[in-house]
Ligand binder design. Sequence first.
Ligand SMILES: O=C(OP(=O)(O)O)[C@H](O)COP(=O)(O)O
Length: 258
Amino acid sequence: MSMYKLFLLRHGEGAWNRENRFCSWVDQKLSEDGVKEARDCGRLLKELGYNFDLVFTSILSRSIQTAWLVLEAMGQEWVPVVKSWRLNERHYGALIGLNRAEMAARHGEEKVKLWRRSYDITPPPIDESHPYFSEIYTDRRYSTCDVEKEKLPRAESLKEVLDRLLPYWESTVVPEICQGRTVLIAAHGNSCRALLKHLEGISDEDIASVTLPTGIPVLLELDAQLKPVKGRQLLGDQQKIQAAIKKVEDQGKAKAST
Ligand SMILES: O=C(OP(=O)(O)O)[C@H](O)COP(=O)(O)O
C-alpha cells in the first residue's frame, strides 16, 4: 500500500548542460531554458495538486535555484529548504569542464559511456593543476560541510556518490518522510540516480540505462518500509520526456544526432 510520496528532481538546464560539458562541482547557474523548465515543473506540480512540506537541495546553485523557482510557481515559497553537499552532483574529477562530444571523438563513445554510466568506475581525480580546482576547493561553501575540506572527494563513481549520500538519506531525510512529510529532493542527474538505485533496488548493470532529463519531476510512491509500490513516474508530457532522455544519452556521442 502506498504510504508516502517522494519527489526527485534533476535541476533545470544549467549553462554547461547546454554546452555539453561535465559540470559536476562547478557552480553554474540555470540557463534561460533551465529557469523555464523549473517554473514549468512548479506549475505542473501545482496543477496536479501536490504540496510539499520540506525540500532538500545540494549546495550547488543550480539545484537551489530550481527549488526556489518550483516553490514560487507553486505558491509555496514558505516551505523550508535544507541544503547538503551530500546531495551534490557526482564529482567528475579531472573530467570536469570537458566537452562530452570532444571526449567521445578522442577516447571513443564506449569509454565516455563507461565514465558516465558505469556504477563503480571512478574517473581520474582532479588535482591542483586542474583549471577548476581552486574555484571549487577555495569556495566557502565547502568549509561548511560535515567533513573536513581535505576529506571531500576529488572524483567519484556512482557507487561513491551513494556511499556519501546514504548516511544523509537515512539520518535526515527518512525521519521526515516517516513523519508523513511530503519531500522534494531537488538535486542532480547522478545524485538522483544513486538514490533511485538504492530505493528501487536497481542492479549495478541496469542503473547504466537509467537517465534523468533536467526539470522533470520523478514521483515515487513508497510503502511503510520506503519500498516503491510501483514504478517511478516521470511527470509531464511523455513524448517530450522521452525526447529529453534521448538528448541526455546523445550527449556522449562524438557527434550529436539531430
Ligand atoms: O553536472 C552534471 O549533472 P547535473 O546537470 O545533473 O548537475 C554532470 O555533468 C552530468 O553529467 P552526465 O549526464 O554525463 O553524468
